[in-house]
Write a protein that binds this ligand. Sequence first.
Ligand code: G6P
Length: 589
Amino acid sequence: MCGIIGIVSGSKEDIVSSVIEGLSKLEYRGYDSAGIAVLSDGNLQRRRAVGKLENLENKLEEDPINGTVGIGHTRWATHGKPTEENAHPMMTKDVALVHNGIIENYKSLKDSLITQGYNFTSQTDTEVVAVYMQSCIDKGSSPREAFRQMLKVVEGTFAFVAIFKSVPNKIFCAKNKSPIVIGFGKNMCVGSDASSIAGNCDEVVYLSDGEYAEVTEHDAIFFDENFCEIKKERQKVTDDLINEGLGQYPHYMLKEIMEQPNAVRKTIVANEIPVDLLKNVSRILILACGTSYYAGMVARYWFEKYLKIPTNVEMASEYRYRFPVIENGTLVIGITQSGETIDTLEAMEYARSTNSNCRVLAISNVKNSAIARSADVVFYTEAGVEIGVASTKAFMAQLTVLAMIAFHDRPEVLNELRNFPNICDDILSSVNDEIENLAKNLYSAQSIIYLGRDSLYPIALEGALKLKEISYIHAEGFAAGEMKHGPIALIDDNLPVICLCPSCDVFDKMVSNIQIAKARGKNVIVFTDSIGNETFGDDFKKIVLPNICQECVPLAYVIPMQLLAYKVAVLKGEDVDKPRNLAKSVTVE
Ligand code: G6P
């Protein structure tokens, strides 16, 4: 989380606008506050503002700065509230620094610096790093020595980008766990991801943990953890990194919902399941977080039912801290849109280090992401850049890859999957008005329950997550059969209950659960197909979707859940693409 950017330019013309442009592409990583520092003729200058990037832009318009090298930051607060004092860059007399990550030993470093007479103006862990480098310079170190000494003492996760007053046109950057990409092009630049700097460069280098780089106007040199110079391979910037903007849509989330047919199509074309992928695999372990975790939950139903392979799906953040045992023959699958969620990355590494015989597969939407680079095999979802914090098309593409694995030897299902983009288009155009009306009915609700069974249970969870994260209405998903063990106590005439009920194996059971809910509350809304339409009387609110093969129902039923959450949030006037407190890419544990 937190987006960081740095640009070295020969001229003073456009450094601030280039940094701002980079930050605008990184706001998905956090938007509690933003800041920029530039170096011009030996002067460090800085502007910071609380809230979204536009506040910083306004400030810069009123009080401009300029320089030939600049660094910028968009923050997702960890240590210290989102105030201007806590906004990055952190600056001392001689150094300005932006940071993504958490410095775990900041307290002891801070205490020692206070004893030496240094003052602090923020509550952040990051300021300690800047002040530590200042203390090195005060003791006679050069900026390079100060940066290296700092790297030896800090513990935790970080991507650092620093500029020093006495070093014109040079950026120092280093990485441990949090991402840093260095771009070569018309300007030399660094960023938290490749798409933030793609407009400025043709080639990129991904720093690895422990490495650091010194980036100058036309080149960069790289060092390993012992500060020995190393060579790094450059990679071409590809088109899929380019964010094409909103186009005709008012929000990225809506655009991305509408792009789902294409996401499925492209993902199918781009991936081929190797014939030996499941050879000697006796167990599958899926590791993921958030929406990606729900994709994994859907896959578990498929893998166990159709492949007959015992499958566990685990929340990555919990998984490695219970020190689980990994059996031989386990295929570990990490699912991640960003490819950099730290909990998922660490959980996958834990699995590999516990049993070196297991194979590790990553399903990622971002090429060359940390998780993709750490895996033995990668399947890329071809959803394209996803900007909306609430994941939609990436989830759909994840389900597509997982279905391709689950049904690799069932051509009839693969055909249905190939046809799914057309069904997806149908659903998007046919349910829009009904969902709009439903949103009008629901947007003033205090709380909403989602029910599903089998592979629709994770979709109930995903529907509830989508709603709560962007509309701030409390929502919970339950396995419909579990409702009678507690959640049923919540149901009354005021509680909307959304039920996912396609006519598949558990249809009759689900119908009974819905009747039980209806006997206790009048606001029961059923998403079903033509069979369900006949089954449920006119006293039910129904939204009827096309009849779909049961293997594909999770892909189909998540679409109205996404649209509903979107429309409710819009009606409530919320910032759909940048919901409060959230960030799209989560690189803190
Ligand atoms: C954040 C995002 C979610 C995402 C989750 C996991 O919470 O807001 O949309 O599902 O991280 O991210 P990943 O990139 O690993 O899929």
